[in-house]
Design a protein around this ligand. Sequence first.
Ligand SMILES: Cc1ncc(COP(=O)(O)O)c(C=O)c1O
Length: 434
Amino acid sequence: MADLSDWIPYDERSYEPLGPKDKLHIKKIAKYSANNYSPYPFVVDRAEGFWLYNMDGHRAVDLLSAYSAVLKHRHEGIIEAVENELRYGSDLVSRALCSRAFAEFAEMICTVTKYDRVLPKSDGGSITDSAVGALFMHGHKKGIKEPEVILTTDYFHGRALTFGANAFFDEDQYYGKLGKVNGIKVVDHTAEAIKNAINKNTVGIFIETHKGEGGPLFTKKEDFLAIKKVVKDNNLFFGCDEIQTGLGRCGYLMAWQEFGEEAKPDFVTLGKALGGGVIPVSALLGTEEFMSIYRPGLDGSTHGGYPPACAAGCASLKYILEEGICEKSLELGQYFTKQLNEIEGVNAENRGLLIRLEIEGVKSAKPACYELLLGKNRDPRVFMKYGHKNYARIAPPPGAIVKETIDWVVEKTLKPVLMYAKEGPEQAPLIQKN
Ligand SMILES: Cc1ncc(COP(=O)(O)O)c(C=O)c1O
């Protein structure tokens, strides 16, 4: 019989950093950093495989490597490729000259993705800027005075949209506010809503194939194809943000490939895993027709095409293919999701190893996520990210975890925490006072 005297509901618990060194570093960040994030109080000192180590000797299983890599933390092959470029190649920072490394990267990424041309940048926000900016340039070229681009609700395309700065942020509603910006229309993620929004000024549609930060929320094949049809019937450009979903995460090199060749967008953006977690690399890939929008001087950045970043990009692509990351994501994603759905009070849905976990009966998944990482004596500690509503996102590194890791994490930590995450101590034998 459970000892209910030990029960403290999750949302009444308070969580401290796990030791004095973490505490000290958190203080430094609080003192010197802009207050633009509210991180978990866990200070990563070192990362390896699927592990994150803090300053005080604790470690946590990283179930959110989507922020960096699909392979594993500090992949030796990628580090070696970057090191070789730095030691024996060039650190040229400019595309005012050509470089061997950029030539190799451009050829490789176009060959692998079957797009005609690439524009390189460093982060996801600025490559989004390039993609949407290209649509506006296309509109102006066609003589449209006030071109419009359509996005869909619950999107997240980063925070560097120069055409609207941060106007899309809103304290009350985090996502879907870019509608305030001139030329950007935000409508429901349906073919019908897009069709109704198209007018003579519309130049293109840009969506996440599956929405990462907003859920994740997954797009069904028929809905995706219906959206593409509306866009093409109106002779517009169709682009997909694959920064989070791409490069094997959802079981395909680009998540749209799940829907077949007819789904192919005119352009896609890639980021995150493209640098293997070692160097920030992003890319806009497009058909000849879409990429012909560009003329010298219309876009570019100092670090876009930086040789060590190109080396990281080539190595990431090579290892993603060699290590069968797409296949691993499909298999492990299905396995993990099935295990999660066996936990009482939890619903899980996935595309490969991008998993949405919904905890029934709670307002937010935040308290459960804090308990997983910082709860008293949790072993193993687990890092995953609470999101919208009562959702959490699980996206471990497919190149590092195996079925045994999943079994272990589910049995030892996820099950005991998630089963009792909803308020009420009715049956909480495994919950300890923090
Ligand atoms: C779908 C998507 N697009 C764009 C971005 C922005 O990327 P970055 O943070 O590298 O600017 C993100 C980041 O989470 C993302 O998930």
